[in-house]
Design a protein around this ligand. Structure first.
Ligand SMILES: *Cc1c(COP(=O)(O)O)cnc(C)c1O
Length: 220
């Protein structure tokens, strides 16, 4: 199967209203072009340099989603064009996104990344840290940031019980946070190549799928 066929096969399994982020990290611009020509418009990248380089040569109507850990000193590389930062995991990062968005006279959408998984290495706020931050009221003062929802990566395991536990947990957090934010808080981003069908059962509104569309990544 080629990229177009894999993309269409996946789209057929995703309900209407659920967004597909095609995770193109480590894949060349040509692969993105192939998906673009098959109708895909939302692409996810994990490194700001790579995203900026691809955005430069690819069509301007692509919506670029930052899914990887974003260092504060790299925000300015993507601030002029990024459509969503899905991996916001600290108050310092929020401050910097606000600053760079203001500089570029735009509003940047973000998702709060919550750490749910068993692995210590995964990024994201712990629930207690996030609540502490939200209670400071700092986020409400950000005029160039729109909080669209939450994102998490489930524990890396074949044990479906654990994956379901993680998705249930983040779904509950999403529902609990909703009243704090306005109508724009509509995004629960869960589900990757191996677990997105389960994520859909837990109300995912935005799946992030790489390998199942583009094949295995070649790291260098
Ligand atoms: C790489 C990555 C994905 C895509 O993973 P696949 O297993 O290739 O679908 C999704 N979300 C995040 C945060 C990632 O880093």
């Amino acid at each position: 199967m080629n990229i177009k066929e894999r993309l269409h096969r996946i789209l057929a399994t995703i309900p209407e209203g659920v967004k597909l982020v095609a995770v193109s990290k480590f894949h060349p611009a040509e692969a993105i072009e192939e998906a673009y020509n098959a109708g895909q418009r939302i692409f996810g990248e994990s490194r700001p340099q790579e995203m900026a380089a691809k955005a430069k040569v690819l069509p301007k109507d692509i919506e670029w989603v930052m899914i990887g850990h974003l260092q504060t000193n790299k925000v300015k590389m993507v601030a002029p064009f990024v459509s969503l930062v899905a991996s916001v995991d600290s108050d310092r990062l929020i401050d910097e996104i606000e600053k760079q968005a203001a500089k570029n006279e735009r509003t940047i959408d973000i998702l709060l990344e919550v750490h749910i998984a068993d692995e210590e290495t995964k990024s994201g706020w712990s629930l207690s840290e996030l609540e502490e931050y939200l209670n400071t009221g700092a986020l409400e003062r950000m005029e160039h940031i729109r909080v669209r929802g939450v994102m998490t990566i489930a524990t890396n395991t074949d044990d479906e019980v654990v994956i379901r536990r993680d998705f249930k947990h983040i779904q509950t957090i999403f529902e609990e946070l909703k009243p704090r934010f306005g109508e724009a808080f509509d995004t629960l981003s869960i589900g990757m190549s191996d677990d997105y069908p389960i994520a859909l059962e837990y109300g995912s509104t935005m799946v992030r799928i790489g390998t199942a569309i583009f094949g295995h990544r070649i790291y260098n």
